[in-house]
Design a protein around this ligand. Structure first.
Ligand SMILES: [Zn+2]
Ligand SMILES: [Zn+2]
Length: 279
């Protein structure tokens, strides 16, 4: 093992490759599984659930995967320093044990806190002074695919990765809860970029589910409703802050009511959207 005597570098050399493999593995697993589901849907009677009439190209996918690999490298480095911070006692411990209800409560709290964190940093990155450096790379996906889940420039990747050390500054959290949250996060993220509506037709009609984001919700953010629908898991912050896309419910209803015809039934209503605002 290469040893430089400079502790942060030595920790990075020792832990970095495993950290990269772990983060890249969960990205490939989640994006790959959602991509497989989408492929099967596209060949079935659910083909009409393709949200946009525009189709992502292979060049789009290649860019999304390469940018995601770059983001994963950033997460790997941040992950190593989280490990180091926990070891040095700067961050809270991760080898704590609680009761099962506390595990579930902590995982739920982490998801709710991350949803708030994501909404506000995402909205901030849309500020004209920050957009180009932080968030433009992600919005090159006008018609996102599951591979866009981590398609971020380096500055945005750092902002995204900072949530865990910030959380661990205050709350001792078992490693298993962090792991479960990481898996939940990448799966919901890949689903939000699926390009096909994955949620059932009744989703927005039920009080039990309508506060949970659908694929259409985030797809509208990419396809032209650029200053709308900033939220990641829940619709709460967009509703509270008045940033929900005005045609969200109508578009969801339209997409989920299409038959197997993959082209939108009414082009005037279709959320197909030119990339002009992003150019
Ligand atoms: Zn955005
Ligand atoms: Zn996105």
């Amino acid at each position: 093992m290469l040893q430089t005597g400079f502790v942060p570098l030595d920790v990075l050399f020792e832990r970095g490759p495993v950290s990269f493999a772990f983060n890249f593995g969960r990205y490939v697993l989640a994006a790959g599984l959602v991509a497989l589901v989408v492929l099967l849907m596209a060949r079935s009677h659910l083909a009409g659930r393709r949200i946009q009439s525009r189709v992502a190209t292979w060049a789009d996918r290649r860019r999304e995967v390469l940018l995601s690999m770059q983001a994963v490298a950033v997460y790997a480095v941040v992950g190593v320093f989280i490990f180091w911070g926990v070891k040095e006692g700067v961050l809270q411990r991760v080898n704590v044990a609680y009761s099962w209800p506390a595990y579930l409560g902590l995982a739920a709290a982490m998801i709710v806190a991350h949803d708030a964190y994501f909404y506000w940093v995402h909205r901030a990155m849309h500020h004209p002074k920050l957009f180009k450096v932080f968030h433009r790379a992600h919005h090159r996906s006008v018609t996102p695919t599951p591979w866009a889940a981590y398609s971020f420039a380096i500055p945005e990747s750092l902002v995204m990765a900072l949530f865990v050390p910030l959380w661990l500054l205050f709350i001792p959290t078992p490693g298993s809860v962090i792991l479960a949250w990481l898996m939940f996060q990448i799966f919901r993220n890949a689903m939000g970029h699926a390009g096909f509506e994955l949620h059932p037709r009744w989703w927005l009609s039920s009080a039990l589910t309508r506060w949970i984001n659908t694929t259409t919700h985030h797809d509208l953010h990419h396809s032209g409703g650029f200053n709308r629908n900033y939220g990641l898991y829940f619709t709460w912050w967009d509703k509270w802050m008045g940033t929900e896309h005005p045609r969200y419910a109508a578009t969801f209803a339209e997409v989920t009511s299409r038959n197997s015809d993959p082209s939108p039934s009414d082009p005037a209503k279709a959320p197909s959207l030119a990339p002009s605002r992003l150019a």
